[in-house]
Design a protein around this ligand. Structure first.
Ligand code: ZN
Length: 243
């Protein structure tokens, strides 16, 4: 197209298109397992339907619509070296209400090691859980030099894909660490995530909307678990007002 040498008219695309609303996203750790049943009950009562980042990506590409009230449930810090049984109990709890979620995997072992742990992760994926990378060693990414950043992101994504047969599509940043300084992204993280074939970088702060002119990997945020299901429910309902 550009070979014709014709300047394309400047269309105010971003002015006419709405930013994409990131579905409310909850960040669970195993310590939150006691609150999970009540939160799931609250979500069911309020007609939420669970989706994963793969669904979000298809929606962004216009390939499918999201449910009217989507929710992304993420559970952090599962690792092939030792799969803490709490995680499996949480997965079963989520499945009981017909939901699925996303496990943020710390891929701390190569596929040829920790065979039992990888087999458990493979089985979770076969049950409909999305496996995304939470890096290899759970480092605070902005503090790393580039080679270490590549190990953390690219190696972990490769290990998950090789060991389970499911390629991750998100980098879930440890500690939500994606900023070089306040509100200024560490762009190296996004570049390396793109090299790893990832479509999302998941942090905590912000990331409530995806601007129409945004490029992959898209930044999306999450909210933690409140003191109980009622507070968590308020945070879900206020997700798009959050910072
Ligand atoms: Zn973590």
């Amino acid at each position: 197209m550009a070979a014709l040498g014709i300047a394309l008219p400047q269309l105010p695309l971003s002015a006419s298109e709405e930013p994409f609303r990131v579905p409310p996203t909850l960040m669970f750790h195993s310590k939150d397992r006691w609150k999970l049943p009540h939160i799931l009950e609250w979500l069911r009562e309020h007609d939420y339907e669970s989706i994963g980042y793969a669904d979000l990506l298809r929606a962004l590409r216009g390939e499918r619509a999201l449910p009217e009230k989507p929710i992304i449930l993420t559970i952090d810090d599962i690792a092939p070296s030792y799969v803490q049984p709490y995680f499996l109990a949480m997965a079963e709890e989520v499945e009981k209400v017909g939901y699925r979620g996303v496990f943020a995997v710390v891929a701390d072992q190569p596929p040829q090691r920790a065979e039992r742990g990888w087999a458990i992760l493979r089985e979770l994926a076969a049950r409909g859980w999305e496996l995304d990378t939470h890096t290899s060693y759970h480092s605070y990414l902005p503090a790393l030099k580039l080679p270490d950043l590549r190990d953390e992101i690219i190696q972990s994504a490769e290990w998950i894909a090789q060991a389970t047969g499911y390629a991750p599509i998100s980098l879930i940043a440890p500690y939500g660490g994606v900023y070089r300084r306040e509100r200024e992204f560490d762009l190296r993280i996004f570049e390396v995530a793109a090299q790893a074939g990832l479509a999302f970088v998941v942090g905590i702060v912000g990331g409530r909307f995806i601007p129409p002119d945004a490029q992959s990997p898209y930044y999306v945020g999450r909210v933690g678990i409140g003191r109980d299901h009622l507070q968590t429910g308020r945070w879900i309902q206020n997700f798009h007002q959050g910072a």
